[in-house]
Design a protein around this ligand. Structure first.
Ligand code: GLC
Ligand code: CA
Length: 528
């Protein structure tokens, strides 16, 4: 039996922006709970909540001050238990965000650690007499922060308010594994693990080499390759030990946030093979949106995966410009079809199912700390609130929303789109329904299609069932020849307006993707 997550659809919730139940302008657990019926209707299998723990919110929760509680802004442990119970009652699993690389500087461990050089927790973090190398913070500047009281520097891969834990210290590992157990025992179904590839750093703290692919305009942090500050060989044994903690509780999922090239990424599946857990693949976000580039990358990934392992594709998250902003609304629909027809475990970022583009704000007003240290890199736009209906603040809050909703919210929202059979939301719901009922799309193998400049075509096959997915990446009509003159029927178009029979070929309108059920026993599609 496959694990539940090898073909599940995950839905990422950014709790601050999903639904505010108490009118303070900030989303909360009670709000999520009130919207579970929407998620059940949409048809997702699991939700992943970005951090809900007590936090000074320097990085909106990715600076954790207590790993085993809920921030009062978001609710209480009792409310979390109620949310978990209600989600499970709807067959929706719940993943938490595990943030193991760093704590908040207000976490009692760090408060102790910085109190004196001989404090027992000193070695829980990474202290040096001098900034010992050229490592840079992801959010700009040196990663080494001077601490006046004890006359040493500590290392932070992100904000100075996010000191990195020292995972070479077995006490840190033991304490953090107990955090996992705390939530697993409460019933959570797994974790998305924040910056998993960062946990272990080079023992000798060697300088990172310059990145030959660096171009002006990229984040300064990328000017160096994170060869020594991350992705060290020792990480793999650590991930295996982490998996074993999850295994104590049965079939739970560990979903790793890992931004690495394919050949490095697949090593995170681990030598124990497909039985375990998945690293996110961010290529659909990172590559130029072109049929050839995406097609080549998907196939290379399918080939590079260890036998039986499932990919985990992503189109957007709380850190990256929204897909509809990046690609435009027409191609965002094509992208949704791609995400939800590829093999494996896709993650939908909340609001992308509505086609949200977010609201760009001046760098000087960035609430995201990254936007303040690196102008142009603010993540506020992808964190603007969910849009539920046409009432004030799009039904997100009765108070003042912490970030603005889109000016067009009266048109772009759940209530309007639910009633529109051609909306982006209807497209997502139909794709999810099809994935549930269609065994080839849910569990079939991936088969490659022939390359074409503007069309990406591929197959999904399970026993006698064959599906061809043909995606037009252009705004011109395209013709896709079905191999061997196969005939079939369109199961779904991104335009949501056809279910015609096709024979020998499929004609794609501009920005159209289709899923075809192929009748004849033919292998792969052959674009003209
Ligand atoms: C991850 C999170 C991001 C956060 C960073 C530091 O990349 O997705 O939001 O700022 O880690 O925790
Ligand atoms: Ca609230």
């Amino acid at each position: 039996m496959d694990s539940w997550w090898t073909h599940a659809v995950i839905y990422q919730i950014y709790p601050r922006s999903f639904m505010d139940a108490n009118g303070d302008g900030i989303g909360d657990l009670a709000g999520i709970r009130a919207r579970l019926d929407y998620l059940a209707w949409l048809g997702v299998d699991a939700i992943w909540l970005s951090p809900i723990y007590p936090s000074p919110m320097a990085d909106f929760g990715y600076d954790v001050a207590d790993y085993t509680d809920v921030d009062p802004q978001y609710g209480t442990l009792a409310e979390f238990d109620a949310l978990l119970r209600d989600a499970h009652a709807r067959q929706i699993r719940v993943l938490l965000d595990f943030v193991p690389n760093h704590t908040s500087d207000r976490h009692p461990w760090f408060v102790e650690s910085r109190s004196s050089r001989d404090n027992p927790k000193r070695d829980w973090y990474i202290w040096q007499d001098a900034p010992s190398n050229n490592w840079l913070s992801n959010f700009g500047g040196s990663a080494w922060q001077w601490d006046k009281a004890t006359g040493q520097y500590y290392y932070h891969a992100f904000l100075k308010e996010q000191p990195d834990l020292n995972w070479r210290n077995p006490r840190v590992e033991a304490a953090m594994f107990d955090v996992l157990r705390f939530w697993l025992a409460r019933g959570v179904d797994g974790f998305r693990v924040d910056v998993l590839w960062h946990l272990i750093k080079d023992e000798q703290f060697r300088d990172n080499p310059p990145n030959p692919a660096y171009r002006p305009g990229m984040s300064p942090y990328r000017s160096l390759l994170a060869t020594f500050s991350a992705d060290r060989p020792e990480i793999h044994a650590l991930v295996m030990r982490m998996r074993r903690v999850l295994a104590e509780f049965g079939d739970r999922l560990l979903l790793g946030e890992i931004y690495l090239p394919i050949e490095r990424l697949v090593t995170y599946y681990g030598p124990e093979g497909p039985a375990a857990h998945v690293p996110f693949n961010f290529q659909l976000i990172q590559l130029p949106w072109a049929a050839t580039a995406i097609g080549v990358a998907v196939e290379a990934y399918e080939r590079a995966l260890p036998g039986g392992a499932a990919p985990a594709w992503v189109l957007g998250n709380h850190d990256k410009p929204r897909v509809a902003r990046r690609l435009g609304t027409g191609q965002a629909r094509v992208a949704a079809m791609l995400l939800l027809t590829l093999r494996g475990t896709p993650t939908i970022y909340n609001g992308d199912e509505l086609g949200l583009v977010g609201v760009m704000r001046p760098a000087s007003e960035s609430l995201d700390p990254k936007g303040r240290t690196l102008p142009g890199f603010s993540r506020d736009a992808e964190r603007t609130p969910m849009q539920w209906d046409a009432s004030a603040n799009a039904g997100f809050t009765t108070g003042g929303a912490w970030l603005p909703v889109q000016p067009d919210f009266a048109r772009v929202n759940v209530a309007v789109e639910r009633d529109d059979p051609r909306s982006m939301l209807s497209l997502h719901r139909q794709l999810l329904q099809l994935r549930r009922t269609d065994v080839a799309l849910a569990r079939g193998i991936y088969t490659s299609g022939r390359r074409h400049d503007c069309v990406m075509a591929f197959g999904r096959e399970f026993a006698e069932q064959r599906r061809v997915v043909a995606l037009n990446f252009s705004s011109d009509a395209q013709r896709v020849v079905l191999e061997g003159g196969a005939a079939g029927r369109v199961l779904l178009s991104t335009h949501l307006d056809r279910s015609d029979a096709v024979s020998g070929e499929v004609l794609l309108r501009p920005d159209e993707g289709v899923i075809v059920a192929v009748e004849e026993r033919r292998r792969s599609p052959r674009p003209a």
